[in-house]
Design a protein around this ligand. Structure first.
Ligand SMILES: *Cc1c(COP(=O)(O)O)cnc(C)c1O
Length: 485
């Protein structure tokens, strides 16, 4: 309807001033109510009276209080907080991957299965293994699977006396925890002054070998040191009848250079959120795929992918399988990201990843080593450990104080007080994705803080100065988080 030359002014009550009246029915036409009629609630929901933009601002500002690798350098040793390229997300979001359901028949998910099979071959090549299981949800879960495979191997042979797992003192805490969960006794082996496994101590721990189920080793170790006796270590365990487990969390240091399988290891877990740029945690699904040698293949958990003519199928039953340790095949979307990362880098790119990871770590180490105490003389790889105990004894400044002060300089703190064998430890792992400018920024900040310890230790001890909270109780903050004021 047109109201030519007749200006109309609507009032709040719907009355009209001017020369023409608009019929009430037409006015109501503007309200959603006129479309849905009775579908509307009779009473209002008891929602807080907030504006949409107010809510958006609240959550956006909350998210900015967090710190991630997309905010800045995140040198959390042992965790490999590298940048997660967006092509990973784009690939995982492709409808064919994102919309598939784990209960679909194999014939309708051939693309997914082919990807997993090809990824299995690629990871096996990278690690020198024969097969990979995609089931575990994280590295620690992979440890559990790897040890269950070792246990199944011994039990199948009737070799049931083997109940000792040898673990060096530099190991990640999850190693002894996983061994205990599987029912093994943990026998610790001391590191020597080079930060490597002490061969004499290892021989002593092996004894006559009859009790030895195997060894769990992280190489390079959590000190960032590649063990120069690695072949001798794995041979000693094999000669005693045990199997070798490789904690592959530090694969970033060695990708496409050396392979756990060639070093004498029978089983390895990977942390794809560390080495292959999938997201860390965040409450979402993760993955800790486990590579294994042929001797362990009969015990692989089900389901696994198997070629079937020119197609692929999921195998759900296998006579000696340890069974399932998780639902379905595993975190499929995470493996699409892993696959995208490997293809985007290629053979040469992955070699450059490990080269960059080591070069970046060495660079910071060389810049800061005169300001902190350094433990061993061994060359470190993708991460290094320095100690603040020189600052503590002279100025009362601890590793925790240094870490907190780094926040004021705009950096995420490194890992502190780990590994346990280094007092006042600061464990730095920059990863290959940082630029020289980022590395210099972090090195400058570490040097500046060491100098401040001398001139103004109190400013370090009270740090951080610009965060909503400064020093929560570390344990309580994780166990009993209070997320609102
Ligand atoms: C991170 C890490 C683990 C545990 O892996 P998650 O994926 O966190 O469960 C085990 N060992 C080492 C050496 C690690 O750095």
């Amino acid at each position: 309807m047109m109201y030519k030359d007749t200006p109309v002014i609507l009032t709040q009550t719907g009355e009209v001033t001017g020369q023409r009246m608009i019929p009430q029915a037409e006015l109501e036409h503007v309200d959603a109510k006129s479309y849905y009629g009775k579908a509307f609630r009779a009473e209002k929901l008891p929602l807080p009276n907030l504006s949409e933009i107010g809510v958006i601002r609240h959550y956006t500002n909350l998210s900015l209080k967090n710190y991630g690798v997309e905010n800045g350098t995140y040198p959390l040793g042992s965790c490999t907080m590298k940048y997660n390229p967006k092509i990973n997300e784009d690939s995982a979001g492709l409808p064919g991957f994102a919309n598939s359901h784990p209960l679909q028949p194999d014939s309708t998910i051939q693309g997914n299965l082919e990807l997993l099979w090809d990824l299995e071959k690629k990871l096996s090549f990278i690690c020198g293994m024969d097969r990979f299981s995609f089931q575990p949800a994280a590295g620690a879960h992979g440890e559990l699977l790897g040890l269950l495979l070792i246990k199944a191997y011994h039990e199948k042979r009737g070799d049931t006396k083997r109940n000792v797992m040898i673990i060096p003192d530099s190991a990640h805490g999850t190693n002894p925890a996983s061994a205990m969960m599987v029912g093994y006794d943990v026998r610790e082996v001391k590191s020597n002054e080079k930060g490597m496994v002490d061969i004499g101590a290892l021989k002593k721990a092996i004894g006559d070998g009859e009790e030895i189920a195997g060894l769990m080793l992280t190489n390079p170790s959590t000190l960032g040191i590649f063990d120069e006796s690695i072949l001798e270590i794995t041979k000693l365990i094999h000669d005693a009848g045990g199997l070798n487990y490789y904690d592959g969390a530090n694969l970033n240091a060695i990708t496409m250079r050396v392979r756990p399988g060639d070093m004498g290891f029978d089983v390895v877990h990977l942390n794809v959120h560390k080495s292959f740029s999938t997201p860390h945690g965040g409450g979402g699904p993760g993955a800790g795929p486990v590579g294994l040698k042929k001797i362990l293949e009969p015990y692989m958990p089900v389901p696994f992918v198997q070629p079937d003519g020119d197609k692929f199928k999921l195998v759900h039953e296998s006579e000696d399988s340890i069974g399932k340790i998780r639902g379905f095949i595993g975190s499929h979307g995470i493996f699409v990201r892993t696959y995208a990362y490997i293809l985007a880098n290629g053979r040469q790119g992955l070699r450059e990843v490990s080269e960059g990871a080591v070069a970046n770590s060495r660079y910071i180490y060389e810049r800061v080593k005169d300001y902190y105490r350094v433990g061993t003389t061994s060359k470190t790889m993708h991460e290094f450990v320095i100690s603040a105990d020189n600052l503590k004894s002279k100025y009362g400044v601890t590793a925790m104080d240094v870490a907190k002060r780094l926040i004021d300089y705009g950096f995420h703190p490194p890992t502190v007080y780990f590994p346990l064998i280094v007092p006042e430890a600061l464990m730095v792992e920059p990863t290959e994705t940082e630029t020289k400018r980022d590395l210099d920024g972090l090195a400058d900040a570490l040097i500046q803080i060491a100098k401040e310890a001398e001139t103004d230790p109190d400013v370090i001890k009270a740090a951080p100065h610009n965060t909503p909270i400064a020093r929560p109780n570390e344990t309580q903050a994780a166990r009993n988080p209070i997320l609102k004021v």
